[in-house]
Design a protein around this ligand. Structure first.
Ligand SMILES: [Fe+2]
Length: 247
């Protein structure tokens, strides 16, 4: 595979195809039938295709990602004057590309391998729409992230009150690729005001879907002993504004 297909649907496994065409009713309209706000699926991309996608990302995009890091400020401890008043800003250590500038190296690399077109394809949005049951704006923000040994995103809620596009909440759609050198990687998220849910996001060709904002974090990716330097998990992200029913 030299390029991503122009439609996301061409990556799908038979189960993924069934969901997209509405033939798997238990997996559709998840966020409108209940008060659910997160769901995670494995094996929605054909296994061999997922391996090909990962190879393409490693060979053609990895070099142009930039390191996005924000550590724990020392002052969160040194300038604390009262017990139990600690507050943690958003922390993270990941490699990413936001695709905001068409002239950026990462944009050009992603465009060359057909990734931008696929993440902007109708079936990429439609899949998120079928899973959630929500009508989604076809405009979208796209991003690619790569986690390696020790990479994580600290607790945050993805509320963007200053963004006209995202301020009223949005749907995040994640497509995941991982390799066998990864031992584990988890998402921890809130339920009823506590970080009480944990789910493995180390699944090849899986998909997860979020109705944001809510609090969550990802644990540090851990490679298998002796294979830490090979461990890599890729994430294709689309963020969609939820349309009003009469919009
Ligand atoms: Fe997040």
């Amino acid at each position: 595979m030299q390029k991503f297909p122009s439609e996301f649907s061409d990556l799908l496994s038979p189960r993924g195809q069934r969901i997209l065409s509405g033939r798997s009713p238990g997996d559709t309209a998840l966020f409108t039938r209940s008060n659910k706000y997160f769901a995670n699926f494995s094996n929605l991309i054909r296994r061999e295709t997922a391996e090909d996608c990962m190879r393409l990302l490693n060979d053609s995009l990895y070099q142009s990602l930039h390191l996005e890091q924000s550590g724990i400020p020392a002052e969160t401890i040194t300038e604390m004057t009262e017990n139990y008043t600690e507050a943690l800003p958003k922390t993270m250590h990941i490699k990413t590309a936001f695709f905001r500038r068409r002239s950026a190296r990462s944009y050009l690399a992603a465009e060359k391998i057909g990734l931008i077109a696929m993440m902007r394809s109708e079936s990429f949005a439609l899949f998120a729409e079928v899973l959630t049951g929500l009508r989604l704006d076809r405009e979208r923000n796209i991003q690619v992230t790569c986690y390696e040994q020790g990479d994580y995103a600290g607790p945050h809620n993805d509320h963007h009150p200053a963004s006209e596009y995202l301020k009223d909440g949005f749907v995040d759609f994640h497509v995941m690729f991982t390799n066998r050198a990864v031992a584990h990687h988890y998402l921890v998220y809130e339920e009823k005001g506590h970080f009480s849910k944990i789910v493995s996001i180390n699944n090849q060709g899986g998909v997860s879907i979020y109705r944001l904002p809510f609090w969550h974090y990802t644990t540090p990716l851990a490679g298998r002993p002796g294979r830490e330097s090979e461990a890599r998990r890729w994430l294709l992200l689309g963020s969609f504004r939820i349309l009003d029913p009469d919009e």
